[in-house]
Write a protein that binds this ligand. Structure first.
Ligand code: ADQ
Length: 468
């Protein structure tokens, strides 16, 4: 049983790492996916307690969804999840909107989810909760008497205690995590942040002295890093199917005498898009051999447009792309092709494969699946190069084959892009092979199995009654 804020039909495609990853994992294993339908009820105030759960079958996955009232959606999703937890977990205290009462809506919706989920749970079901929207879900389930094994995976980064403790309810969130049997993170860095927090702030006892089993609030919690991967076989099939091949052919034709660079992201301030454009401008200034030669295609999928900070980043990007094209463009060449849209998933690998360099330069990212997709889509005989931020979770696994950058340093990033553009074929192949070995070994099926195996082996003592 998987639970996430938003349920997506695994047979359709969406921009969003969690939807893509969960679809792959659930389709392989079967089970139920429970969460919000994406629909808003017309009612004023809180979502009625008798709001129904709709169930439908999508392949071997049962989708169980409920609608939310506007009030609940705005406080729980736009408010506490995306205007408090998202910025703080991405180290952006300056963008967090603490003083609002959103937390009441967050708590209310987690209680509602627990109440609706409880009757659907069978005794031996394993419950896997996903992401920051649902941190208190296990504690609400435990309060209703749930004894099932419950795991939690955080798809976004966990900041150091110095930042996490700025959240007014940080101790409540930390205690809520102890209602789980296993909490998984994307990277060893996130895991270290959590371990340090629970050791110092929650005075948890490190059971085995290795930071993997913590005792606090009368419960034992396992923690580990499980870096999420992609479905390599599925992506390979997409890469060689008609739409992507056609896209590849068109791009190669259009850019036959030019170097193509590509960026593909949700439009989000964590993705470092203005910094990326500035680094590209620096590339043109510092390495003018790229003028009339290099083009950056940046695709930014619309995302959370009702949250203020997202409107600001949209305007900044539009103005930067416009001024760069005005300053550097020629009649037959523009440096930046910026598109504010979602690209069809079936065409994406063709674009990746046609690019000599991908710029994956977030200021902070839990993992970043685009980095892995780009590598997987390459022609092994003539592969492109990944320029990767040291602040993406993917860095821990990909530091060997990628060209690492600090996205805050636009000049050094520009030099690194130039280095990537000029790498000889043998070196590109070597780096590609190194990266592919990791991407294959730690794919989405490995991620799913590793998490579920660890959860299945969690101690029986964790389901003790002292939580209540
Ligand atoms: P996201 O922040 O959504 O996910 P990411 O890992 O980059 O980020 O995944 C994005 C997915 O959406 C990829 O599959 C990508 O192909 C697709 N996508 C992005 N922009 C697109 C566009 N413009 N057009 C079409 N498709 C697009 C969160 C965390 C990440 C973590 C994932 C999974 O923020 O750090 O890697 O969950 O755990």
């Amino acid at each position: 049983m998987c639970i996430s804020n938003r349920v997506a039909d695994p047979r359709k495609t969406e921009a969003g790492g969690l939807a893509v990853a969960l679809s792959g994992a659930l389709q392989a294993n079967g089970g139920m996916w429970f969460g919000w339908s994406g629909k808003i009820l017309p009612e004023d105030g809180a979502t009625p307690a008798d709001t129904p759960v709709h169930q439908q079958q999508a392949g071997n996955v049962t989708l169980a969804t409920l609608d939310l009232s506007r009030w609940d959606h705005d406080a729980y999703y736009l408010g506490y999840s995306n205007a408090v937890l998202w910025p703080v977990f991405h180290y952006r205290l300056d963008l967090a909107d603490f003083d609002t009462g959103y937390i009441d809506g967050y708590r209310r919706v987690n209680q509602l989810f627990a109440a609706k989920l409880m009757p659907l749970l069978k005794e031996d079901d394993i419950v896997w909760v996903h992401d920051y929207h649902l941190i208190p879900l296990a504690s609400e389930l435990r309060a209703l008497g749930c004894r099932n094994k419950i795991g939690f995976f955080l798809h976004i980064p966990l900041p150091p205690a110095q930042i996490f403790t700025a959240i007014p309810a940080h101790d409540w969130l930390a205690q809520a995590l102890f209602a789980y049997d296993l909490v998984g993170f994307q990277s060893e860095a996130d895991l270290e942040h959590f371990n340090r927090y629970v050791a110092t702030e929650a005075r948890a006892e490190d059971r085995d002295g290795d930071g993997r089993r913590w005792r606090a609030f009368g419960r034992t919690l396992r923690t580990a890093a499980f870096p999420i991967g992609i479905d390599v076989a599925e992506f390979d099939a997409l890469t060689h199917a008609h739409d992507a091949t056609e896209m590849y052919r068109r791009m190669r034709e259009e850019y036959s005498r030019r170097q193509l660079l590509v960026g593909v992201d949700r439009l989000d301030y964590s993705k470092g898009l203005p910094q990326r454009l500035r680094a590209f401008r620096e590339l043109l200034r510092r390495h003018p051999d790229n003028i009339r030669r290099a083009t950056l295609i940046q695709i930014a999928a619309p995302s959370r447009e009702d949250v203020d900070a997202y409107g600001d980043i949209l305007r900044e990007l539009e103005s930067l792309a416009g001024s760069m094209n005005g300053d550097f463009g020629e009649l037959d060449w523009i440096p930046v092709r910026y598109m504010h849209r979602t690209m069809a998933r079936k065409r994406l690998p063709g674009l990746y494969r046609a690019a000599r360099v991908a710029l994956v330069t977030p200021l902070r990212d839990g993992m970043n699946l685009v980095a892995k997709e780009f590598v997987a889509a390459q022609d092994p005989e003539d592969p492109g190069v990944l320029v990767l931020s040291r602040f993406a979770g993917a860095m821990e696994q990909m530091r060997e084959g990628a060209v690492l950058v600090n996205p805050y340093d636009s000049q050094a990033t520009a030099d690194a892009i130039q280095f990537a553009l000029q790498l000889p074929l043998a070196e590109r192949r070597r780096r590609h092979q190194t990266l592919m070995a990791t991407i294959r070994r730690c794919d989405v099926h490995w991620w799913c199995q590793a998490f579920l195996d660890e959860l299945a082996s969690a101690d029986a003592e964790q389901t003790g009654p002292d939580w209540l």
